[in-house]
Design a protein around this ligand. Structure first.
Ligand SMILES: NC(=O)c1ccc[n+]([C@@H]2O[C@H](COP(=O)([O-])OP(=O)(O)OC[C@H]3O[C@@H](n4cnc5c(N)ncnc54)[C@H](O)[C@@H]3O)[C@@H](O)[C@H]2O)c1
Length: 253
């Protein structure tokens, strides 16, 4: 029977790369995003009966409805990838309350709701399941101007560890992938914000970060998707609670 995966934030960037990889691994993929048009385009491009859905991951009811809709459409759920997230560039001392609340609602609360909705369905099915969260190098090491973002990704590591322990008895594994500098629209946004703050040309910050990568190139969504493919496969059945770096060997700035 064809396996079914949900990928949040699957409409572009890393999420799109994960959707493509999981589809080529044979999954039917429920591509869920705030931007439903993008989600639908990506789903249609990969085939396997994949389908686009609207979701706002920061909304608890949306996440549970997403899982219900996917199960209505595909009959079951095997893998849930909590990929969607946002970045924010601000010094800790300058971060404003609305922005702090927004990023925590999406990156932290959204991840928790995804774990809850997926675990509820996996428990109903009684055969285990795999939850895979988006962490980051920023979840291992904080750098200036990405402190609030880092705080959310340290939180994702904590959620991953605790949920893995809580759900192990139900044969549900919970792991996270921690990308480095992935060449997606998110990094264009980070680079533009840093250019403004440091009064430097566009592209310079991104290049400085890329220069610190041992393997000598920026990361592609496919590099991340290869790890997610393993975490979604039975080959990773004995791994849980881990937040695994996939960053080309970054020498932290
Ligand atoms: N790009 C990087 O270098 C990098 C590095 C480490 C970790 N990450 C993490 O990987 C994940 C994906 O990053 P990306 O670079 O592909 O980002 P991106 O901005 O290119 O794409 C994010 C996608 O998520 C969707 N999204 C945003 N908020 C949402 C919400 N509330 N509900 C549903 N969908 C929402 C967007 O519409 C978009 O399609 C994020 O969690 C990010 O923190 C990215």
């Amino acid at each position: 029977m064809v396996k079914v995966a949900v990928v949040t934030g699957g409409g572009q960037g890393i999420g799109e790369g994960i959707v493509k990889q999981l589809a080529s691994d044979g999954f039917s993929v429920a591509v869920a995003d705030l931007n439903k048009d993008n989600a639908t385009k990506v789903a249609e491009s990969v085939g396997n009966g994949s389908k686009g859905y609207y979701v706002d991951i920061s909304n608890h009811d949306d996440m549970f409805k997403l899982v219900d809709d996917v199960v209505k459409d595909f009959g079951k759920l095997d893998v849930f990838v909590n990929n969607a997230g946002i970045a924010q560039i601000a010094a800790i001392v300058d971060a404003n309350p609305e922005e702090i609340t927004k990023i925590f609602n999406i990156n932290v609360n959204g991840t928790i709701y995804g774990v809850q909705a997926a675990a509820q369905q996996f428990k109903k099915q009684g055969k285990g399941g795999k939850i895979i969260n988006a962490c980051s190098i920023a979840g291992h090491q904080a750098v200036e101007l990405l402190g609030i973002y880092s705080a959310t990704k340290f939180a994702v590591r904590g959620i991953t560890q605790a949920a893995a322990k809580e759900l192990a008895k139900d044969k549900i594994t919970v792991n996270a992938y921690c990308p480095g500098i992935v060449l997606t629209p998110m990094w264009d946004q980070i680079d533009a914000a840093m250019a403004k703050i440091y009064d430097r040309p566009l592209g310079e910050t991104k290049q400085e970060y890329i220069d610190s990568i041992a393997l000598g190139r920026g990361e592609e969504p496919a590099d991340v998707a290869n790890l997610v493919s393993f975490l979604a496969d039975e080959k990773s059945n004995y791994i849980t609670g881990q937040s695994i770096l996939v960053d080309g060997g970054i020498n932290y700035v």
